[in-house]
Design a protein around this ligand. Sequence first.
Ligand code: AFP
Length: 324
Amino acid sequence: MNSLHFKSFENFLLSSAIELELSTVVKDIVSACTDISKVLSCCTIEGLTGAIEQQNSSGETQKQLDVLSNQILKDKLCLNKSVKYIASEEENNVVSASPSGKFAVAFDPLDGSTNIDVNGSVGTIFSILPALKDGSPEASFFQAGNQQLCAGYILYGPATQLVITFGKGTYIFTLQPDANMFMLTENKTSIPKETSEFSVNMANTRYWKREFGNYIQHLLDGSSGPRQKPYNMRWVGAMVADIHRVICRGGVFLYPSDKREKLQTGKLRLVYEASPMALIIENCGGSAFNESTSLLSVVPTSLHQKVPVIAGSTNEVHTCLNYL
Ligand code: AFP
């Protein structure tokens, strides 16, 4: 790639007139993620793959790289005077940063970290909200997704890419490793409304509720079934990678609630996974729902709350919702 042809992330922030303080926070997140990307590229050689004897807020076994990525982001953001609160998948409670800060930052430092051991794609997801003046530290994160000032993710794949929205449009930047800079490679204005590709963990079939099972069965029935066309299926197992594919070429990403006790309200976390992804998807013309309402209107009631996610190509999302 000849970086001279592309606008740098810094120039994009300037030309889009993003407020200075917000810009500094976003730049710190992106800089931390550039560091995470370097750590990931040499993690096998440095022996950093594998789990540690510790569980995160959701009771999942943490990987060494979950903990390290969390620390890299936390260290960077705690030094930024504009950040008041930090919430992370890897922290049980809100971390208080700068008392005079204006922003509350939530993140999943390493989404899909079970892919690490097989050199598969992983990502970082983040959300920036206005920090509330009053109330508990948690209260700042108990705002509906439509209050987010910025949301984004970094995909650590063959190329490292940043996908970001400030509430008007969704932009894709690609890391130019030699220059250590993210360059604007796409202004993503739309996700196709129709699709013939779905993304779901089929191994959960036996746990699904009947209506959701019927919907998937009709996709599998292909041309001879009620949907009258063949559908393809893709599942990376890292939300960032699966959603990125949906953003690039359309599709529907599905993580429903199911009959298992731990998945009665879904698997994905609202504050730092579903909500930011919903803002990104809606800003390039897609739709993002739980099983009944727009994810952006859901007000969290706990920091690590889980929600079902049905997101992607608008017409397919609504067809799925009709079944439910
Ligand atoms: P990990 O971070 O534990 O790998 O979980 C990833 C994730 O939260 C999300 O990124 C995936 O979409 C989903 O879980 C995959 O879940 P399955 O285990 O059902 O494949």
